[in-house]
Design a protein around this ligand. Structure first.
Ligand code: SAM
Ligand code: SF4
Length: 326
């Protein structure tokens, strides 16, 4: 699947729910959002059918995301269905890890090889403040320990930085990469309808992050781990892990974009932001040929995102990344 700007799309992020067991301040409003109804959600079999159409077109890699994907029942069953699709050679999962400990084994056995875990602080009271579901921290830690035990590789830790809240932990997070073979990735906060004030007032750029990490030790640029997407990676000399930065706001990397997104209700989105999306669910349920709809979506994949700090004009009405899978 080659788009009009010559970018090859072989990666699909599949959101399987818009619901979440956390309420991260930069992501979802505390009161939640109007949730999708059950019949609006794609079933696991419908997701598999869409992937079966896209795989011969060039789709090779899938990431299961949400909302929080592990709040949906029997995710390993979906993983088994997707792992059996010819041409799919990589399956990964993004999770907040709260429900990971009890499912890590089954997810690995079903075919998930790589994990991204969101963790915005190493301090329990701060996780409570940022994720706004007190009591989550010990469960996240158990989830990470289980992930390591069952052998997911690589494990990436995603940290969204919020100035004045967790930016004094940049160096603590960086130090983790000397002890664990983890890839700690700092992500610049992106504006959405639900976080306009926060993202404008407490934004911190990854240029600043790298500056602070370099205060500890020398950093060498290194190639990323497998599954390398928009992040740029660095390493302390001799460290088993790496430090990555994802810079949607300060340095746009859209020219390397290799992905599309499928929302939990079956909208194929050519870009995380903007209002372009194609309803695949209804044509699928009507027995139509999806390949045409998928090609049309690829054709309109925009050259770049148009996010503007402090404004929701570029996000195309997107209230929260939990609605599209981030
Ligand atoms: N619940 C899972 C999790 O938290 O990993 C998967 C979905 S979450 C929407 C995917 C990623 O998006 C997480 O790493 C999260 O930190 C990130 N994210 C959410 N809102 C964001 C924002 N406004 N700016 C930057 N990253 C954001
Ligand atoms: Fe939930 Fe992930 Fe959004 Fe946090 S970032 S509220 S864990 S979907």
């Amino acid at each position: 699947m080659i788009d009009q700007f010559g970018r090859s799309v072989e990666y699909l992020r599949v959101s399987i729910t818009d619901k979440c067991n956390l309420r991260c301040v930069y992501c979802m409003p505390l009161e939640g959002l109007p949730w999708l109804q059950r019949d609006e959600l794609l079933s696991y079999e419908e997701i598999e059918q869409i992937v079966r159409v896209m795989a011969p077109m060039g789709l090779e890699r899938l990431r299961i995301t949400g909302g929080e994907p592990l709040v949906r029942r029997d995710v390993p069953e979906l993983v088994r269905l997707l792992a059996a699709v010819p041409g799919i050679r990589d399956l990964s999962l993004s999770t907040n890890a709260v429900l990971l400990a009890e499912q890590a084994d089954a997810l690995k056995a079903a075919g998930i090889s790589r994990l991204n875990v969101s963790l915005d602080s190493l301090q329990e009271d701060r996780v409570d403040r940022i994720a706004r579901r007190p009591g989550s921290y010990p469960r996240i830690m158990e989830g990470l320990a289980a992930a390591e035990e069952v052998g997911f590789s690589p494990i990436k830790i995603n940290v969204v930085l919020i100035k004045g809240e967790n930016d004094d932990e940049i160096q603590d997070f960086a130090e983790i990469t000397r002890k664990h073979p983890w890839h700690v990735r700092f992500i610049e906060m992106m504006p959405t309808g639900a976080n306009l004030d926060l993202s404008a007032q407490q934004f911190i750029s990854c240029t600043e992050v790298l500056h602070r990490v370099r205060e500890i030790d020398k950093l060498e640029p290194v190639p990323g781990p497998f599954g390398n997407g928009p992040a740029e990676y660095y390493q302390f000399p001799g460290a088993p892990g790496t430090i990555g930065v994802i810079t949607p706001m300060s340095h746009n990397y859209c020219d390397r974009c290799n992905r599309m997104r499928l929302t939990a209700d079956g909208q194929l989105r050519p870009c995380l932001f903007g209002d372009l999306q194609t309803n695949l669910r209804d044509p699928l349920r009507a027995g139509e040929d999806l390949a045409l709809h998928i090609r049309d979506t690829l054709e309109v994949k925009p050259e770049r995102h148009y996010l503007i700090q402090g404004s929701d004009s570029g996000s195309g009405g997107l209230v929260a990344l939990s609605q599209t899978g981030g």
